[in-house]
Design a protein around this ligand. Structure first.
Ligand code: LHQ
Length: 265
């Protein structure tokens, strides 16, 4: 049987490809395990500077594998427990990883598949990408953080309509809505994601890690509290070797040379 996840290393980037193309890469428990393990391993490797998440074939991910979920003898069982063990762990892991995760949405992203893409740090979409909050059609609630992420990305009115009606957004519409950073031709998507990975690799890692952390609290806190958070994170950033090297290189008019291991990774 094919592995449900393909792992590839390109320079300092790990490309993770969900690989159940016959079911548009819908999530089984096995695919969850493989993806979570791969993210944890990549996140713990100081030589890895970014992760690209994409799908094999014509889909990105069609959310939960509904055949597995509805099998009374299958591994899913209670949906709440299943979410806690799989999707919630997955999106928490993506948010807590010290390196940026780039979603390269190569086709349809439906249900949890859409919200996992939106949990990533930078979302690229090929022209054939589609984003569907398909939960309402099967009488479920948007999950994988969608009820938190979607209103923050697109505003509450659009989030309500998308979640309640389950309309399909194409790549350009998703970009206009603020869900996507860049739309590319389908055959240019991988190179566009790798180009971003290369830019990330040229930047000092410690500042990126702390910036990711700062932005994660930004949408749920007050202005005053966020200023406190910025102060604390800037204090850490200012002690980092990366910051000292970047400033020294600027003043000495030479290219910076960054280490890979941040002090607070
Ligand atoms: C699939 C799936 C799929 C299995 C396509 N499962 N086979 C969390 C906790 C626990 C339980 C429940 O859920 C959740 C979170 C969720 O993610 S809920 C949302 C689950 N996902 C959906 O409801 C989406 C279902 N899929 C679709 O609506 C369509 O397939 C989309 C709109 C994604 C794509 O449509 P098409 O491009 O027309 O493709 P297709 O429908 O022909 O699908 C291609 C094949 O993939 C087909 O198999 P077949 O053997 O006939 O070629 C589908 O059965 C299979 N597939 N999604 N989620």
């Amino acid at each position: 049987m094919d592995s449900p996840l393909l792992t590839e290393r390109v320079g300092s980037c790990v490309i993770l490809t969900m690989n159940r193309s016959d079911a548009l890469n819908a999530f089984t428990v096995d695919m969850h395990r493989a993806l979570l393990d791969a993210l944890v391993v990549a996140g713990a490797n100081p030589e890895v500077r970014s992760i690209i998440l994409t799908g094999a074939g014509r889909g990105f991910c069609a959310g939960q594998d509904l055949a597995e979920a509805s099998d009374p003898n299958g591994p899913v069982g209670s949906l709440g427990e299943h979410l806690e063990k799989t999707y919630n762990r997955l999106v928490r892991t993506i948010r807590r990883l010290p390196v940026p995760v780039i979603a390269a949405v190569n086709g349809v992203a439906a249900g949890a598949g859409a919200n996992i893409a939106l949990a990533c740090d930078i979302v690229l979409a090929g022209r054939s990408a589609k984003f569907i909050q398909s939960f309402s059609k099967i009488s479920l609630v948007p999950d994988s953080g969608g009820t938190w992420t979607l209103p923050r990305l697109v505003g509450l009115q659009r989030a309500r309509a998308l979640a309640l009606l389950g309309d399909t957004l194409n790549a350009e519409q998703a970009q206009v809505f603020g869900m996507v950073w860049q739309v590319t031709d389908d055959d240019a998507l991988r190179d566009a994601a790798l180009a971003i990975a290369e830019r990330i690799a040229s930047l000092p890692p410690e500042g990126l890690k702390l910036t990711k952390r700062a932005l994660d609290t930004a949408m749920e806190t007050t202005f005053d509290r966020q200023l406190d958070i910025e102060r604390d994170l800037q204090s850490l950033a200012g002690q980092s070797a990366d910051n000292k090297e970047a400033v020294a290189a600027f003043l000495e008019k030479r290219p910076p040379v960054f280490g890979t291991q941040g002090a607070t990774r």
